[in-house]
Write a protein that binds this ligand. Structure first.
Ligand code: C5P
Length: 223
């Protein structure tokens, strides 16, 4: 069974997706990590910058995404990870520069085609919860269950602000608002696979719901 959870940045879909997968004993695929890992390798190993990463050399992208080198794995007792060339790079993928690079490289249709294919290959043979931007609309349009998880821009800015402080990164609420607004604008207004509510998805507005309440809501809709 395939369950997709799409939604904007800081809507809480990863936290809830991870918990849902764990409860159901499903595999969990955090697709943002694939985009982040590709952006990281392009920037760190191949000299790409935020100015150039939206248009990478596709032969190089294919080399990077070779599944012998680029490996996604999910361990329910820990969390999802990515190894590249035998080295676990997950801890290097959290920062906002990588997030920005991911969001730029994700506007490239050829890159998306490659990562769509990779997502389908990873999901094959698993019952899976997939957390993405176009999982229910483009990558898995035939998913049995589709959710679109959102929250107001202010609430998501506040959650992102708290996340930064928890990580020891100093920021302000107004920076958080600007960050969320610009990421939303880029993800929703891009020509290719923009963030939209997939046909057949159930929308959950989590502005006034905590993680446990959202999880209960999802489970109720499933069973
Ligand atoms: O989910 P996360 O914030 O880690 O993703 C980083 C960026 O990668 C997003 O802002 C989005 O632009 C892009 N992305 C995407 N499609 C996905 C997952 C992530 O375009 N399925």
């Amino acid at each position: 069974m395939i369950i997709t959870i799409d939604g904007p940045t800081a809507s809480g879909k990863s936290t809830v997706g991870r918990l849902l997968a764990k409860e159901l004993k499903y595999y969990y695929l955090y697709t943002g990590l694939l985009y982040r890992a590709l952006a990281h390798v392009l920037m760190k190993d191949h000299g790409y910058t935020l100015a150039t990463i939206a248009d990478p050399e596709m032969q190089l992208v294919d080399q990077i995404l070779d599944t012998k080198k680029f490996v996604y794995f999910y361990d329910p007792s820990d969390r999802e990870r990515i190894a590249y060339d035998g080295v676990d790079i997950t801890d290097q993928l959290k920062g906002d520069t990588i997030g920005h690079g991911a969001s730029l490289v994700s506007t490239n249709q050829q890159v998306r085609n490659r990562l769509d294919k990779l997502q389908r290959a990873i999901a094959n043979d698993h019952d899976v919860v997939i957390d993405g931007r176009d999982a229910g609309s483009v990558v898995f349009p035939h998913a049995e269950h589709k959710f679109f998880l959102t929250a107001s821009e202010d609430e998501r800015a506040y959650r992102w602000y708290k996340q930064q402080l928890d990580r020891g990164v100093q920021t302000t609420i107004s920076d958080a608002r600007e960050f969320i607004h610009s990421r939303d604008t880029r993800d929703s207004s891009r020509e290719i696979a923009p963030l939209t509510i997939p046909i057949g998805a159930q929308t959950i507005d989590a502005t006034h719901l905590n993680v446990v309440q959202v999880l209960e809501h999802l489970k109720k809709s499933l069973f």
